[in-house]
Design a protein around this ligand. Structure first.
Ligand code: RB5
Length: 150
């Protein structure tokens, strides 16, 4: 799988761990965002890169990290076609795939530790979308996008 991952400065250190984990699993990684934890880097720029990689077909899925995960999840969810789940545990990461067909996973580096982050990544990358009644709801979201995104 090709994964686009990016973070601001607050997510930089955890992102290095996640990138190493993704590579160990054999995924191709498009790594973007802050290049150091020591200088401010906007989560807006990091989120834009992930959304554009996913929507442009360069990446199959995205992983978005900032301090809380909130700012960057707001950014990617501004894009038509992005469904980003902001998660804080493995169950949420599994459900954002199973029920919401999320194409971006977001989490906060100041909220979760490395072990939880990697467990969330594993759940997110392996859990299939359940379809059926959940597909009806996801299609309703898509219909909302058609109505409201002019
Ligand atoms: C950066 O200090 C922090 O505001 C950012 O990482 C994020 O938590 C915003 O939602």
């Amino acid at each position: 799988m090709i994964i686009s991952i990016a973070s601001d400065h607050a997510g930089y250190e955890l992102r290095q761990k996640v990138v190493a984990h993704l590579k160990e699993l054999g995924h191709e990684v498009l790594d973007g965002g802050a290049t150091t934890a020591d200088e401010p880097y906007s989560y807006v720029e990091a989120g834009k890169k992930i959304a554009e990689d996913v929507l442009g077909g360069k990446a199959d899925k995205g992983i978005a990290i900032c301090g809380t995960g909130i700012g960057i999840s707001i950014v990617v969810n501004k894009y038509k076609g992005i469904r980003c789940g902001l998660c804080a545990n493995e169950y949420m990461a599994r459900m954002c795939r199973q029920h919401n067909d999320a194409n971006v996973l977001a989490f906060g580096a100041r909220v979760v530790g490395q072990a939880v982050a990697l467990a969330m990544v594993d759940a997110y990358l392996t859990e299939p979308f359940a379809g059926e009644r959940h597909a009806v709801r996801v299609n309703d979201i898509k219909a909302m996008e058609e109505e409201f995104y002019k």
